[in-house]
Design a protein around this ligand. Structure first.
Ligand code: AMP
Ligand code: MN
Ligand code: MN
Length: 316
């Protein structure tokens, strides 16, 4: 399938991704936006997404993103990337109204929610999958850069086991466009502000291991976020850091989103299928990286997650 064959008759196109967008989400949404603007100059194309983190300012035309907007418009086509329709946030009603819905994703928990769905769980990232739906000769430096950012973020800079030979081939094709990939990796993936580093330190300091030291958990409360003057976007990477503790099979990180409400992120080395755990609580993701929202006290949530994790480790 080529994405262009699915959208070429459209006069109005909307593109969207999941709430609290990560690098893959921002990279694929912007990559597709820049690509369609180039190959379909007559079409009216809009991007709906929660405001991306500051680090993604290096992506061309990122300022075109419409955040927190509720329009009555009926688009000919809506392309939902890196997500299911129920995580589109403000764009969900716009998606539902669209005449044709296209869903491109790599989450194993997504069973496809479009008139056309391309779901490939073996792909490292939606950005990688999207690249293979484009005509390579139409890609340019700015499109390449957006896609590269998507791949880099979902593979932890080509480190996670979702990295395949195809991922690296695509990355090789992308860096031929000549953008400063090393700077992009440093500035969007590794670099942290002092306050981000401090709250990460605090989360690590207060982490607790359990289940025979095979699991690790930590939490950031709203009060802590206020104290360090950080927002949820500043907490990215904490759960990965916890997962890199020697001997840990499963890392859990939560931050408070409301009264008795937590956003939960989980990472595993493959021994625990965290997507299956997250799905039990209405979330989803991948075997080694998944998330959900949970209601209850911090300790109740740990208990409930532990039951599912222990069940899996028992059957190991
Ligand atoms: P997170 O730790 O929240 O960044 O999520 C890790 C992975 O799981 C990412 O690929 C997310 O897109 C996915 N994910 C997180 N929360 C959910 C959810 N509620 N439903 C489906 N996938 C999710
Ligand atoms: Mn994502
Ligand atoms: Mn992704």
């Amino acid at each position: 399938m080529r994405i262009i064959d699915e959208v070429k008759h459209a006069r109005t196109i909307a593109i969207g991704g999941h709430i609290r967008p990560d690098g893959d989400c921002v990279g694929s949404v912007m990559g597709l936006y820049l690509y369609l603007k180039k190959v379909m100059p007559e079409a009216e194309i809009d991007v709906y997404l929660d405001e991306p983190a500051e680090i993604f300012r290096c992506i061309s035309h990122i300022e075109d993103i419409k955040s927190g907007i509720n329009v009555e418009k009926e688009y000919d086509v809506f392309v939902a990337l890196d997500t299911t329709d129920d995580r589109l946030g403000d764009a969900e009603p716009i998606y539902r109204r669209a005449r044709k819905k296209i869903n491109v994703d790599h989450h194993i928990s997504n069973h496809g929610c479009g008139d056309v769905s391309v779901i490939e769980p073996d792909r490292s990232s939606t950005a990688e999958l999207l690249y293979d739906l484009m005509e390579p000769e139409k890609v340019d430096e700015e499109i390449a850069k957006a896609i590269y950012i998507g791949i880099v973020h979902d593979t932890g800079v080509f480190r996670y086991s979702n990295t395949s030979p195809r991922t690296l081939q695509i990355a090789a094709e992308l860096i031929k466009y000549g953008f400063d990939f090393s700077k992009i990796v440093d500035e969007t993936f590794f670099e942290k502000t002092y306050l981000q580093m401090q709250i990460m330190g605090r989360a690590v300091l207060e982490s607790v291991r359990f289940m025979g030291e095979r699991c690790i958990v930590s939490m950031v409360s709203r009060r802590m976020m206020e104290f360090y003057r950080v927002t949820p976007k500043d907490l990215d990477g904490i759960v990965n850091h916890l997962q890199s503790v020697k001997g840990v099979d499963c890392a859990i990180f939560m931050y408070e989103t409301g009264t008795l409400e937590y956003k939960v992120s989980m990472r595993s080395n493959g021994k625990v299928d965290v997507a299956a755990v997250a799905m039990k609580f209405g979330g989803g993701g991948h075997v080694r990286a998944a998330g959900c929202t949970m209601n209850g006290t911090y300790h109740d949530n740990i208990n409930n997650l532990s039951i599912e994790i222990a069940e899996q480790l028992k059957n190991e």
